[in-house]
Design a protein. Structure first.
Length: 256
């Protein structure tokens, strides 16, 4: 059973493998194309070169540390605030317009101000990543709390349940799926914000690696950075899904 599942997962990659083969054949047989888009074999050698220098590991660590710190802060802010917005109409009446005003502003628009406030530092990049992650988590949490069936809450109150008990046994479990959706979306946006922030103002990280590749006319370095970002994004999404399945066993059973 597990072997068949693994084979099906591998079989799904046929189109990706075909695209890589076509890329290799076209790029390797055209000197003009290979200068702008080096073949996968050259990209692989570029990755080995970066690993031997220790550059790739250092940049991966720098980017991951910024992302984890920023997303952690975003969770600490977004979940309580989103819960309040979803549970309290009076609080939402005052505060939701503020959220809706700042939410459409792209994180990239904050880069000039963030450099003035924090300088070229980890804090500056973490601030940009935080802005990318916090709003999807906040909005998803708010909608998840609002979508809780009120009949369950009324039934719990009738049975004498306390507010804390209602929150922990009814509201929080019911809102969890939406919270995880927000976390997955926020993590994806956080990576985009990270790369943009590191391209403009950083001395390390995968965005910085891509920018250095541009300055050095090393297209292979640029593609290595892009591929690593994609792979880490896939791994982080898989990790979030694994955590979701552990925290919400009913969700895991429903998605088998």
């Amino acid at each position: 059973m597990q072997i068949n599942k693994a084979l099906k997962s591998v079989a799904r990659l046929w189109l990706l493998v075909l695209l890589v083969i076509v890329w290799q054949l076209v790029s390797a047989n055209s000197s003009t194309i290979s200068l702008q888009l080096p073949p996968p074999s050259e990209v692989f050698l570029g990755a080995i070169e970066l690993i031997q220098k220790g550059t790739l590991q250092k940049d991966i660590y720098a980017s991951l540390s910024r992302v984890f710190i920023a997303i952690g802060v975003a969770l600490l802010v977004a979940i309580p605030l989103g819960s309040l917005l979803g549970a309290s109409k009076s609080f939402a009446w005052s505060f939701e317009p503020v959220v809706n005003f700042f939410r459409p502003i792209p994180p990239l628009a904050w880069i000039p101000l963030s450099i003035l406030w924090f300088g070229i530092s980890n804090v500056q990049n973490q601030f940009i990543i935080f802005l990318g992650a916090v709003f999807p988590i906040l909005i998803s949490t708010m909608e998840g709390v609002r979508d809780v069936d009120q009949q369950y809450i009324r039934a719990a109150r009738t049975l004498g349940a306390s507010k804390f008990s209602i929150i922990m046994t009814i509201i929080f479990p019911a809102a969890l799926p939406q919270m995880f959706v927000g976390l997955r979306v926020g993590t994806g946006i956080a990576w985009m914000a990270l790369v943009a922030g590191e391209l403009v103002a950083a001395t390390s990280g995968l965005g910085y690696l891509i920018n250095q590749g541009r300055y050095l006319f090393r297209s292979d370095y640029v593609i290595v950075g892009m591929v690593v970002i994609g792979l880490i994004g896939l791994l982080l999404d898989a990790l979030i899904r694994l955590i979701q399945g552990t925290v919400m066993p009913w969700w895991r059973l429903g998605n088998k």
